[in-house]
Design a protein around this ligand. Sequence first.
Ligand SMILES: [Zn+2]
Length: 467
Amino acid sequence: MNIDLTASLFHSYPKYFEKKLSSKRFAHSDILLLIKNNCKKKALHKTMLGYSIEQREIFSLEFGEGKTIVLLWSQMHGDEPTATMAMFDIFNFLNSEDEFDNFRALIKKKLRLIFVPMLNPDGAEIMIRQNAVGIDLNRDAKSLQSPESKILYGLVDKHKPDIAFNLHDQDFRWSVGTSSNLAAISLLAPVYDYDKTTNESRLKALKLIADLRNDFEKYLPGRIARYKDDYEPRSFGDMISGKNVSTILIESGRDVNDSNKTFYRKINYMMILSAFEKIICGKYNRRSENEYFYIPTNGDFLYDLILRNVNIVLKKQKYVVDIAINREEFYDNNSRIPNFISTIMDIGDLSVLNGIEEFDCTELRLVEGKISESVLHSIKELNRNKIKSFLEHGILFVKLKSISNKSRFSQLPINILRHSSSYSPKTMINTRANFNLYKGNKLVKHIINGWLCNPGEIDRINNGLIF
Ligand SMILES: [Zn+2]
């Protein structure tokens, strides 16, 4: 066995990366062909398990003939695609023949892997958490109303796995404990009763997680957390854990500038393959239960940006406040490219809260973004230099005579005002974040749709808004 498997997996990853899933927005139809192609080589075998409510086929893919059964499912929440992408990377890995042949042969001999990529294809189709009738599959483990839940329950019942991997994406704004680090990956050995008892199978999961965390801290220093372990009898992880299955929950976050989650997808790929090695070799047993409990839990939500000590005039009075801003992703018309809408989340003393990005505005005063005096005829007149020049003069909104599309997003690093719009920028809670920061009469920074920029700096801004 390779002494540093994770390092080898890290460096060789591009070879196995499934390029057909390069955007995190993909649909069931995208994975159907991949499933078929992956099973051509006979290393992986597919089984059609049943249909979702909207009649999409749900498959399992199996690898290996060993005694230890490992069940893995992804995307039971339709808008949580990271592990599905990682599974297809793993399928490419399992289907290859190269320097990892010994490892593959060992997996094949010792383990029987059962993967279910995309358990909730209807939710994935429109990027929502629930299934087609609005049921959260992870609250349906007891009443089993949804066909998708029945499929997962049926697999557990039929195969009685030794180990289960429940693969999700979490809100990316969780911190690791009390730190201001974003939780990249949060792990959990789900509890199966209100007393949070540790039986033999859960103990195995605790130790395996402790060992994984020990190996992966070097790739994600201070960024691995423990997911909160309140008992939820309606969830699959807790239910399966109660059946003496060593269950491991992996929750993936998102890096600030990695909308497609490419890096955490790679970490999922490495972590799952490393876990297979650990299960085979049993070395994780050297870890103690305490090492699991020492992992800090998910802490607080971090804001995308906190501006500290901003001088602002509100209703003719001067105040010094902190301003918290978030940017949310939107995928209009099932587009695969995200647009963002910013919101001012909080104004006031935010000294006990943390931002992913923070900026000290002591001596800076907030001035609302200016609207262009001239009205442009067409969006085509807004070239890069023109936009820069507007921004350098504090003009964050450009009036356009006609704009054909009904989109909320300008696709440019500046905001657009429809000619008919009566919008007038006003910084307050729950509004969009578009304003300037001045020191004396000098423009120092501007905030455009929630992005903090130097005057005229446009490369940070994913998109402006249309008002
Ligand atoms: Zn989830």
